[in-house]
Design a protein around this ligand. Structure first.
Ligand code: GLN
Length: 744
């Protein structure tokens, strides 16, 4: 043990003492940070404290829950554990937990996906438990491929760490395949777990990754659980869900409980755990008072991890029975006699799972969403439009509130799902308003990463006041039902509707761009104009002469290439449509495809050539342009606000007009030289702006709709009045909030 390690321990102990006694703050990260500064190998040096080794839990959703539960399981089985229980999951958080700890049997640590590459080479964990990968904080992390590469690199740096992975997630299975090829890992087993039967759940609109990463072909699914999880096969190269070493079977999902069996297939999966005679084909049964398919996966991971570490099914169940995380994950409170559930949701997949829990309560209820956009949340909130709030709108009477730094964006998103939400400035304000609502209405508070602690502490204070108070005052009965949302309507079948074509939403579905279609559709419906949305999936075709408006979204490179082939196959029809003044909105990846060529991994891909422009990439994906942005555009009197996130730089030909000029001090648009964004050609708008663009820029939405109505009249003979004005207070208020944040 070197001098540096000794120094690191002293300085971290001193900073822990200082934080606790002088600043009264928890010491989750800082002591580890200073220790790492003094001794960059402090984790490697301190791992000797862990007699049997460690497990690192990674994955987009469920890390904190699985990590805590797994640590509980070990403790139930009589073992001592070091664990970063609060979710401080960078190297500094793990170093802090290790330095605070005494000698222990096991370490169980959650790690941020991108930080695994720093942590694992030092920790040399016995197991890496990989839960899932979903799109999350894309402005910080880039596309999921980058996270996958980083995890594969981490595993390569610790060749003896056994990968235990969710094989239902093709992104995790691809990591397992790649890691198996890394030098030194030939003899290291990997262990696959999954749910072997369909849970029969309704699917959500946007799914992250349904394309084979080996050969870029769309998967076929025997069944899908949620997101990209399920039993998949690539019809081209045969990449498919690996055989499951541990399978959840007999899954029963009810509104307030779940149960399933964990069946172990095959022996000799536990090289580090004591051998048990019943290893082969052993089966344990687990149950929990939770709701939600994602909890099946979390508990399955705990069941698998627990067994691998030598714990019995009884001990695993005992830990689940006693589980009371008090960390804002499915945490419940009693506030003045009202049952309040708080849960974290920070990406579309997690959010959709949360909404299913809320929607199962068909009684009148209170629902509040708190959305921040700090560094740790991701600065971009476009993803709110990838969530199916429309499902929530159909779940009965509720009063809905939107809070957090981006509460106004949330309000706009809900508005387009036909849910009227009041903006609140704080959780305290929400709790004040809740006093006016009958305590018999359950409340569901969903908060993203940095907003969660604030909401949690407000709830804790209110719950403590409830506990202290004399018998709770009777709350008013059924106050203000005025905010009851209108029932969500479905796309109307009508003899002569305006037809909006959403091209290839299964491929071009990044950053909430599909929300543009929702905005267009609702703005027609609210004006009483019949509208039909046609979603043209990969491999389908459509007769564009029967279409009044086209929208195409952005996408990751792999999907963009496949969609590009579909779009190029429609070249003649698209030329005719655009030259006949058909309105078309193309965002980011789709916008790039309109030019002569664009770049993928250093290779040139041929575009449509509809616009005289080309897209190049000066460097690797590290120099992505990611920022909030505001433009001045001839199509709008307000600043056009959005979020850009792209690697390609687009160069317009001399005669070509941009969509707008960048007016914010940050944001780049097409390229660093011109500070212009996008393109305008006839009624085509191409732009790099996500957001989605039309949500906070209603003038642009109505411009496209005016042109769609003209085309509709031309092709069907149906006459239209000029568009009637709508109440755009919420949209313009969110626009103004962003414009002023950008100093415009
Ligand atoms: N893959 C393209 C790029 O990075 C487009 C990304 C996007 O649509 N956001 O340039």
């Amino acid at each position: 043990m070197g001098l540096r390690y000794a120094g690191a321990r002293v300085i971290s102990a001193a900073s822990t003492w200082g934080l606790k006694h002088l600043f009264h703050r928890p010491a989750a990260n800082f002591p580890g940070k200073v220790a790492l500064y003094v001794d960059p190998c402090v984790i490697g040096d301190a791992r000797a404290k862990l007699e049997r080794g460690s497990v690192v839990v990674v994955g987009t959703n469920g890390k904190t829950t699985v990590t805590n539960l797994l640590a509980d399981v070990l403790e139930c089985a009589g073992m001592s554990v070091v664990c970063n229980r609060t979710g401080a999951n960078l190297d500094s958080g793990i170093a802090t937990s290790l330095l605070h700890a005494k000698q222990a049997d096991w370490g169980v640590f959650e790690s941020d996906e991108l930080w695994l590459a720093k942590v694992l080479p030092q920790l040399k964990a016995k197991y890496v438990l990989l839960l899932n990968l979903f799109r999350d904080q894309l402005d910080r992390c880039g596309e999921i491929d980058r996270i996958q590469d980083s995890i594969v690199g981490a595993l390569a740096s610790s060749p003896e760490s056994i990968l235990v992975y969710n094989a239902d997630d093709p992104l995790c299975a691809y990591i397992a395949e790649q890691a198996a090829c890394a030098p030194g890992r030939e003899k290291t087993p990997s262990i696959a777990f999954g749910v072997s039967e369909s849970m029969g759940l309704a699917q959500n609109t946007v799914t992250d990754a349904t394309m084979c990463q080996r050969c870029s072909t769309m998967f076929t699914y025997e069944f899908r659980q949620y997101g990209q999880l399920g039993e998949y096969t690539c019809p081209n190269c045969g990449f498919s869900r690996p055989a499951l070493n541990f399978a959840a079977e007999n899954v029963v999902l009810e509104s307030d409980q779940l149960s399933f069996d964990v069946v172990r297939n095959g022996a000799n999966l536990t090289p580090n755990a004591p051998h048990r005679a019943a290893d082969q084909d052993a089966c344990i049964s687990l149950h929990a008072p939770f709701n939600g398919a994602y909890m099946v996966y979390n508990l399955l991971a705990v069941g698998v991890g627990g067994q691998l570490l030598g714990c019995s099914g009884d001990k695993i169940q005992q830990a689940i029975d006693a589980f009371n995380p008090q960390n804002g994950r499915l945490e419940t409170f009693d506030v003045a006699g009202r049952h309040v559930l708080l849960n974290l949701a920070k990406n579309p997949t997690g959010f959709n799972q949360n909404l299913k829990i809320v929607a199962q309560d068909s009684q009148p209820k209170v629902v509040a969403f708190f959305i921040n956009d700090k560094e740790a949340d991701g600065r971009d909130v476009s993803w709110l439009w990838d969530i199916d709030f429309e499902e929530l709108a159909q779940s009965g009477q509720m009063q809905v509130f939107a809070g957090g730094i981006r509460g106004k964006d949330m309000q706009v998103r809900l508005k387009y799902a036909d849910i009227a939400a009041d903006v609140v400035d704080s959780a305290e304000e929400l709790l004040g308003k809740m006093k006016e609502i009958s305590a018999s209405h359950n409340a569901y508070l969903i908060a993203n990463y940095t907003s969660l602690p604030l909401v949690k502490s407000a709830l804790e204070a209110a719950a403590a006041a409830t506990a202290d108070a004399a018998p709770a005052e009777a709350a008013p009965v059924d106050a203000a039902a005025s905010a009851t949302p209108a029932a969500a309507s479905t796309t109307a079948a009508h003899e002569n509707p305006v037809v909006i074509a959403h091209l290839f939403p299964d491929l071009l579905n990044l950053y909430g761009d599909g929300g543009n279609v929702r905005v267009l559709e609702q703005r027609l419906r609210w004006r009483g104009i019949p509208v039909e949305v046609v979603r043209v999936q990969h491999g389908d075709t459509i007769d564009l002469s029967q279409v009044d408006l086209i929208m195409m979204g952005g996408s990751p490179d792999r999907e963009q290439r496949l969609a590009s082939a579909d779009v190029v196959a429609m070249r003649d029809e698209l030329y005719e449509y655009v030259n006949d003044n058909g309105p078309l909105l193309a965002i980011c990846g789709s916008y790039q495809m309109l030019g002569h060529e664009w770049l993928l991994d250093g290779q040139t891909v041929k575009g449509l050539g509809l616009i005289d422009m080309t897209t190049r990439r000066p460097g690797t994906s590290a120099d992505r342009l990611t920022n909030n942005i505001a433009l001045s555009s001839p199509l709008a009197t307000h600043p056009v606000v959005g979020y850009e996130n792209h690697a390609g730089r687009t160069y317009l030909g001399e005669e070509v007009r941009p969509f707008g000029q960048v007016v914010s001090s940050v944001g780049c648009g097409n390229n660093e030289q011109t500070h212009a964004d996008g393109v305008l050609y006839k009624n085509l708008i191409g732009t790099y702006l996500h957001g989605p663009l039309l949500a906070k820029n209603p003038e642009i939405a109505d411009h496209l709709l005016e042109e769609a109505l003209k085309r509709h009249t031309r092709r069907s003979g149906v006459a239209h009045e000029p568009l009637s004005p709508l109440d755009d207070t919420a949209e313009l208020s969110a626009n103004e909030a962003m414009a002023s944040k950008l100093g415009v």
